[in-house]
Design a protein. Structure first.
Lengths: 121, 742
């Protein structure tokens, strides 16, 4: 069953969260809260879709790293999708691309089978 | 030698321009071609030669591995033995520092014995032998052997290590020092012998081209460092006034920059003096007061007094006579006027030309100082020789400065445009250039909104060869009494052939007034150029008109029918930018890239998401310049980081961040300045990376992101704040390199 809301979509045990146009401290914290609430509700797969995101600043990056930590601590899985080139560059510079699966589209991310290790597209 | 200063270059906030010169030296130094072309960098006092060389050293030390940079600054004192030891020590320790990536060897005072030990400890026995040889030579009192050993050490290192040494030699003209301690010409002789080797290359700075006389260095490229151009120097003044909190008027700063010949030391001294004494730079009188105060009692006067080193009152008399003469004076006239004997005259002229104050050529003595030195000479002559009081002379000079400043305000455009044109013509050196830059009508039809539209037939986008100009002058003396704008005459040769058939004369008219060149101006120019032509027996004549405000339609028609070239300041700017260095000239050949230098300033208030305004601005500017989407995205992200950093480290919550965007032919440079205390040093150095193998650290990514996304990132402290400089190079759209891979 698929439930779609303004900024997230629930698909079985997975949730796709659509991030804002600019990820700074405020938007990053919103994302963090949203992820925490889904983990609390028992969702084990989180996909953050960045299709609408033009910029992620360094504070946004640090919050995203915190989110990844929390998801892993909860034995869940997190992946990113729809990254624009500049955001991919940013994640690559900080080394996040080695630690997280990145997909072209949210569908690819949701349909991806659980894999160990790092895969990027 | 002040090695502490070798790594600590002048902050970017106080160092303007010279980017193309530094780039050009770096490209040659680290080119794959061996040996790399050697360069002589010459220019007047305090034009920034030492800083250029230090920046070259800094860049080569940290940014490449093709050659080993070694910096040495010659001094005008010391014995041959002292010099040999100092030189050898610097060569060996800087080699060690580079190979072991240990800058402290350069910074610290370290004895030759210690260096020898370090070389042995690191299995560099061949190099340790060089140090041992020096020790033996000194022990046996053989100064000549010590000198030879030291001067040839770079060559020996190059051969032993296989990595070429790149010598960066500052104040090379001081190698000729012939003092009472008997250094004589020995050092200069050995220096020439060592630099003539084909195994390694060098860049050397000197105050005049004299070093090149006689072709002792064989093939060497000469690079002239003049004062900063008007735009750069006024921009430097504006920035400095902002940093030091000096209340100033932009027009007045432009005048000051012009009056001080764009000399960075004079410009800085004036602003420092204003800041120190709490004076403003808002009116002509403010400038005149400050200038005379600096010249008589301030930093400029102190520096000039030390640098000129006048030995006698006769030196001063000759200097005063030369500085006041409109044309070169003959040495015979000077001898007769001051009743000097020939040996006395020779000694005085040697001393003055050695200090770069006059140029002596076949008995003709020409003033070589700038207008500030001229004012200083006037001051000391009037007080010491004529016995006038300081206050009296100061009043007179202040009055003159005010009068000149008033004239300048009326005719500022003419002087700068003529000088600009003159500088451009002098830099013609067989480059190829687009024809359209000399055809105003064709250019204007396709140059819209700061971009040049390439024509379908590309006829106007063809190139032609510029001559190699060997000399130029204005026609003031030839045309006394003639009405009309000044005319510049330049002699040169076409296609690198020095025969009568390839000789060419360019006659250039510069209309300075704020009205377009009209038919009358063209006819006046054609008539005058016909008369002038009689003075030259050149096979070919090229006529070029430059108009501050462009050309009327009738004038264009007449010029087309007569084959006269035409350019406006936009075209002139593009020509100038491309002629600066060889690569720049080749870039100019790409018509699609014709974009003039433009500057934009944005002030960001301390507000939520204010950095997005900066991102929006860079998107607009980048798009207009032709950056692709990827590069624009990278610049936006880097600029957002710089702005956040600026706000984070501001002194107070309401502080603002100042942005300056400078777009030029091949790059966009963004200056981000705050009024804060400092950057986060650890983050800036990039040294705080987490050691753990897990997830990346959470904080402190700002500078690394900037560095990863931009082509160049520089950080510096400036008084009253901090500055980040971001540079992105423009690569042709669609060639896949615009927006580099991260």
């Amino acid at each position: 069953m698929v439930k779609k809301y303004r900024n997230f979509k629930e698909i079985g045990d997975a949730v796709v969260i659509y991030s804002d146009n600019y990820i700074n401290d405020i938007e990053g914290e919103k994302l963090e809260d949203l992820c925490a609430s889904y983990l609390d509700r028992g969702f084990t797969r989180i996909v953050i879709d960045f299709s609408e995101t033009d910029l992620v600043n360094s504070i946004g990056v640090s919050i995203l790293i915190g989110i990844i930590e929390k998801v892993r601590d909860s034995k869940g899985r997190i992946s990113f999708s729809g990254l624009k080139r500049v955001n991919h560059d940013i994640f690559s510079i900080v080394g996040l691309t080695k630690h997280i699966q990145i997909f072209d589209t949210e569908e690819d991310a949701v349909n991806a089978r659980a894999r160990q290790g790092m895969v990027t597209t | 030698m002040k090695h502490r200063a070798l790594f600590a270059t002048c902050p970017d906030g106080e160092f303007f321009g010279r980017v193309s010169e530094i780039d050009s030296i770096l490209r040659r130094a680290s080119s794959e071609r061996r040996p790399a072309p050697s360069i002589l960098l010459f220019g007047g006092r305090w034009t920034g030669k030492t800083e250029v060389l230090r920046r070259v050293f800094h860049n080569l030390f940290w940014g490449q591995a093709r050659c080993v940079p070694v910096y040495y600054q010659f001094k005008g004192y010391g014995t041959v033995e002292d010099f040999s030891e100092d030189y050898l020590k610097e060569v060996l320790k800087q080699y060690l520092a580079f190979r072991m990536r240990e800058p402290k060897f350069v910074r610290d005072g370290i004895s030759l014995d210690k260096i020898e030990k370090l070389l042995v400890d690191n299995d560099m026995y061949g190099l340790a032998d060089i140090a041992a040889l020096h020790r033996e030579a000194r022990k046996s009192g053989d100064a000549s052997a010590a000198l030879k050993n030291a001067m040839h050490a770079p060559l020996a290192i190059t051969r032993l290590s296989g990595i070429p040494v790149y010598m960066i030699l500052d104040d090379i003209d001081l190698a000729e020092y012939q003092g009472p301690l008997g250094r004589s010409t020995a050092v200069a002789r050995e220096l020439i012998s060592s630099l003539s080797s084909s195994d390694f290359s060098f860049v050397a700075a000197a105050s005049s081209r004299r070093v090149l006389e006689g072709g002792v260095f064989g093939s060497i490229e000469a690079m002239e460092l003049n004062g900063l151009d008007e735009d750069l120097s006024s921009s430097m003044m504006i920035d400095l006034c902002r940093q030091y909190g000096v209340d100033a008027d932009t027009e007045m700063l432009k005048l000051a920059a012009f009056r001080l010949d764009g000399n960075p030391m004079y410009l800085k001294s004036l602003v420092w003096a204003a800041a120190k004494s709490g004076l403003k730079l808002k009116s002509l009188k403010d400038f005149a007061d400050l200038y005379t105060q600096e010249l008589f009692d301030g930093n400029i006067g102190f520096a000039l007094r030390a640098a000129m080193g006048l030995k006698s009152i006769n030196d001063l008399r000759v200097l005063h006579a030369c500085s006041g003469a409109l044309f070169p004076v003959s040495d015979e006239d000077l001898m007769e006027r001051f009743r000097f004997s020939a040996p006395e005259m020779r000694e005085i002229l040697n001393s003055l030309s050695g200090a770069g104050l006059v140029e002596v050529n076949l008995g003709s003595v020409r003033w070589a100082g700038d207008s500030t030195v001229k004012d200083f000479v006037y001051f000391i002559y009037e007080t010491r020789v004529k016995g006038r009081s300081s206050d009296e002379v100061r009043t007179y000079l202040a009055r003159e400065v005010l009068k000149q400043g008033f004239d300048f305000k009326g005719s500022r455009i003419s002087v700068s445009l003529f000088n600009e044109a003159s500088g451009i013509v002098r830099s013609f050196n067989n480059q190829k250039i687009l024809k359209v830059l000399f055809r105003n009508q064709a250019f204007n039809s396709k140059f819209k909104n700061g971009a040049y539209k390439v024509s379908a037939d590309r006829k106007e986008d063809e190139e032609f060869d510029l001559p190699q100009v060997v000399g130029s002058f204005d026609t003031m003396r030839l045309e006394s009494g003639e009405a009309g704008p000044p005319i510049l005459v330049a002699h040169g040769f076409q296609n690198g052939r020095y025969d009568a058939g390839s000789e060419v004369v360019w006659i250039v008219s510069v209309k300075d007034s704020p009205s377009p060149v009209n038919l009358g101006d063209v006819e006046n120019f054609l008539r005058r150029s016909m008369i002038l032509r009689e003075n030259f027996r050149a096979a070919r004549l090229v006529r070029w008109m430059i108009g501050r405000d462009g050309f009327t339609a009738e004038a264009q028609k007449k010029m087309d029918s007569e084959g006269v070239y035409s350019s406006d300041p936009v075209q002139l700017r593009i020509i100038k930018e491309g002629l600066g260095d060889v690569d720049g000239a080749s870039r100019l050949r790409t018509a699609e890239k014709i974009v003039p230098v433009k500057e934009f300033e944005v002030v960001l208030p301390s507000a939520t998401k204010a950095e997005l305004v900066a991102a929006r601005a860079v998107e607009e500017i980048g798009t207009e310049m032709g950056f692709d989407e990827v590069a624009i995205g990278q610049m936006k992200a880097a600029l957002v980081e710089a702005c956040i950093n600026g706000f984070e480290h501001s002194r107070n919550r309401t502080a603002r961040v100042f942005l300056r965007f400078v777009s030029s032919v091949d790059r966009l440079t963004i200056y981000v300045q705050n009024t804060g205390v400092d950057f986060d040093a650890a983050a800036a150095s990039g040294a705080s990376r987490d050691a753990e193998a897990g997830l990346p650290r959470k904080r402190g990514w700002g500078f690394e992101l900037m560095r990863g996304l931009m082509d160049e990132v520089r950080m510096e402290k400036v008084r009253g704040g901090a500055k980040i400089v971001l540079v992105k190079y423009l690569v042709k759209k669609g060639d896949g390199r615009n927006g580099q891979e991260v």
